[in-house]
Design a protein around this ligand. Structure first.
Ligand SMILES: Nc1nc2c(c(=O)[nH]1)N[C@H]1C(S)=C(S)[C@@H](COP(=O)(O)O)O[C@H]1N2
Ligand SMILES: [Mo]
Length: 343
């Protein structure tokens, strides 16, 4: 595709050495300790240390008013779904164990091992709000939504901004089918998605230095792109809670933080939403966050990635290897947004 070639050429003219500050570039292992740095930074910003202590004082026990976690996943009958063979991988699948025990889900804590804590999440009732610039704003139960779409499995690469990667078999339905159900007005330019906020269950939300709830957004064109996938399952089974049950987004050409988990609302807006990580540190985690090997994170290189499990290192691919499908979405935007398209 002509656009992809153009973007690739532009990207190549930018030398990674020229943009990575070499003296203080972090190693990848330091990069994965991102949360530690963020916490330290937030505390240093002042005023928050007292807030942390205060929050600890009002901590309620989980049983106190929290809704109980359900045993059986009500979406079990929808999984597995037939595989869409159009999506092929260039690398082995990550093991199910790694994919379900090495997670980022800050609502349950900032470490990678939140899978046990995440079992507190309840899955039903789970209502999804469809609001903003749509024909009929409404709330729809997640099972009602599932009954109106058709499911398939897709193998996608996943690239975290922390320079590690996985390859995963997701089950779900195209996001464009959800957009069609929502019937957005012509004035809608973005879709803003929000994760559940319930600190009694999501104990990580007691970390007051983060701007809860988690928010992410896409342009309408991105949301309508064939790759944007609403995910309900993993490895042919209902999505584990730690992976963002009962409904999450997966946008494989963008850094993983765009793939928001446990969604409770889709709001169609005219203004670009400010996402969670953009609010935390906009210079490092932008709205666009398209994977690009030659635009480093301000504190580490994005030139290569580590496969979780094998620890094999691979070169990072522009748009995580999905340029054919998505490069046209950004035609002309490089002049306007520059590196912001890629962080
Ligand atoms: N609500 C919410 N969604 C989230 C996150 C989070 O902390 N909270 N982490 C993101 C990041 S940084 C990544 S890499 C992926 C990880 O998804 P996985 O745990 O299913 O591999 O989820 C993304 N979605
Ligand atoms: Mo991530």
């Amino acid at each position: 595709m002509a656009t992809l070639a153009k973007i690739q050429k532009k990207s190549r003219t930018r030398s990674p050495q020229a943009v990575v500050p070499p003296r203080w570039r972090m190693s990848e292992s330091e990069a994965t300790d991102e949360s530690v740095w963020l916490k330290r930074r937030a505390l240093m910003q002042g005023g928050l240390i007292a807030g942390v202590a205060g929050a600890a004082g009002v901590t309620a026990p989980f049983a106190d008013g929290a809704r109980a976690a359900t045993e059986e996943d009500p979406s079990a009958h929808l999984h597995p779904a037939p595989r869409n063979e159009a999506y092929v991988l260039d690398r082995p699948l990550t093991t199910e164990e790694d994919a379900t025990q090495y997670n980022n889900f800050y609502e349950f804590g900032s470490s990678k091992t939140i899978h046990e804590k995440a079992q507190k999440l309840y899955l039903r009732p789970w209502d999804i709000e469809i609001t903003g610039l749509v024909k009929n704003p409404r709330t729809i139960g997640v099972d009602e939504l599932f009954s109106q779409v058709s499911f398939e499995e897709r193998l996608y690469r996943l690239r975290c901004v922390e320079a590690w990667a996985m390859a995963l078999p997701w089950t779900g339905f195209p996001m464009r089918d959800l957009v069609a159900l929502a019937e957005p007005l012509g004035s809608a330019k973005y879709v803003k998605m929000t994760t559940l906020e319930d600190p009694k269950v999501m104990r990580g939300q007691k970390a007051v230095w983060y701007p809860w709830p988690y928010i992410e957004g896409l342009t309408m064109d991105e949301a309508m792109n064939e790759l944007a996938f609403m995910v309900t399952g993993l490895y042919g089974k209902p999505l584990p809670k730690q992976n963002g049950s009962p409904l999450r987004l997966v946008v494989p050409w963008k850094y993983g933080f765009k793939s928001i988990k446990s969604i409770v609302s889709f709001e169609f807006t005219e203004e670009r939403p400010v996402s969670f990580w953009e609010e935390v540190q906009g210079k490092e985690y932008g709205f666009w966050a398209n994977v690009n090997p030659v635009v480093p994170h301000p504190r580490w290189s994005q030139a290569s990635e580590r496969m979780i499990g094998s620890n094999e290192r691979r070169d990072t691919l522009l748009f995580n290897g999905y340029g054919e499908e998505v490069a046209h979405l950004y035609a002309g935007l490089e002049d306007e947004f520059g590196d912001l398209l890629y962080r």
